[in-house]
Design a protein around this ligand. Structure first.
Ligand code: NAD
Length: 217
């Protein structure tokens, strides 16, 4: 496939290029805060950047009728409106976390939350010192799957790609569920899976990464 990367000079952008080009795909459009470089027609746009780039991303998708894989966090409700509108004309896959582990966790957390109904529950998330948003998009996803307003603690330290712990506790015991991203590559591999899904399906719609890996489509 031919692909575009929004945020190509960032930490995730570099991982995406290594993963996609390593799998034989061709980078034809590069976007970052310094501008847009176009050398071909992309089938898919991959966006791991900042919410401020979203308008450029949407314009590119419309210009080339390209599908979108977007992992950028801190998106507002207005941003989601833009994405839902775009998904009427091209396929859009959005997730605040493109790892398999977190998406599986989101599936089992509602059951745990029900089984441990009267227990306290809190989320701790740890990321590298450069991360701009807090709480993380993943913490928001985990909170949503617990279906209650859970206190969230954000730690910004060193070079951690992304750690999340969900702690349940009553007066006598605690249960901890932990996810540790060993490297950012895991998110780029997930984005590649999502882009391949777009290439195979091509049907305009709004998809989550969970739907794709569960094969519910
Ligand atoms: P980074 O700061 O290293 O890179 C950001 C990139 O976006 C840079 O290339 C920068 O030039 C570009 N950018 C900034 N403003 C822009 C604008 N207005 N227009 C165009 N480009 C612009 O950040 P990062 O660590 O690579 O993370 C990028 C995003 O991906 C963040 O939102 C992060 O939370 C998210 N993320 C998502 C997942 C996931 O699985 N969904 C995983 C990791 C990171």
């Amino acid at each position: 496939m031919k692909y575009a990367v929004v945020g190509y000079s960032g930490r995730m952008g570099k991982e995406v290029i290594e993963t996609f080009s390593g799998a034989g795909h061709e980078l034809v459009v590069k976007v970052d805060e310094n501008g847009v470089e176009e050398s071909g027609i992309p089938d898919v746009v991959i966006d791991f950047s900042r919410p401020e780039a979203l308008k450029t991303t949407v314009e590119l998708c419309k210009k080339y009728s390209a599908g979108l894989v977007i992992g950028t966090t801190a998106l507002s409700e207005e941003d989601f409106e833009l994405l839902r509108d775009l998904s009427k004309s091209v396929p859009v896959v959005q997730s605040f976390n493109f790892s398999i582990g977190i998406n599986v966790l989101m599936k089992i957390l509602p059951q745990l939350s029900k089984l441990l109904e009267d227990w306290d529950v809190e989320i701790i998330e740890m990321h590298h010192r450069f991360k701009k948003d807090a709480p993380s998009g993943t913490a928001i996803l985990l909170k949503d799957s617990l279906s209650k307003d859970v206190p969230t603690h954000s730690i910004r330290i060193g070079g951690i790609p992304g750690d999340h712990v969900i702690v349940f506790g009553n007066l006598g015991e605690t249960v901890e569920i932990k996810h540790h991203a060993i490297s950012r590559k895991v998110f780029a591999i997930g984005a590649l899976k999502a882009a391949q899904f777009i290439m195979n399906h091509r049907k305009p719609n709004f998809y989550t990464f969970s739907q794709i890996i569960e094969g519910r489509l």
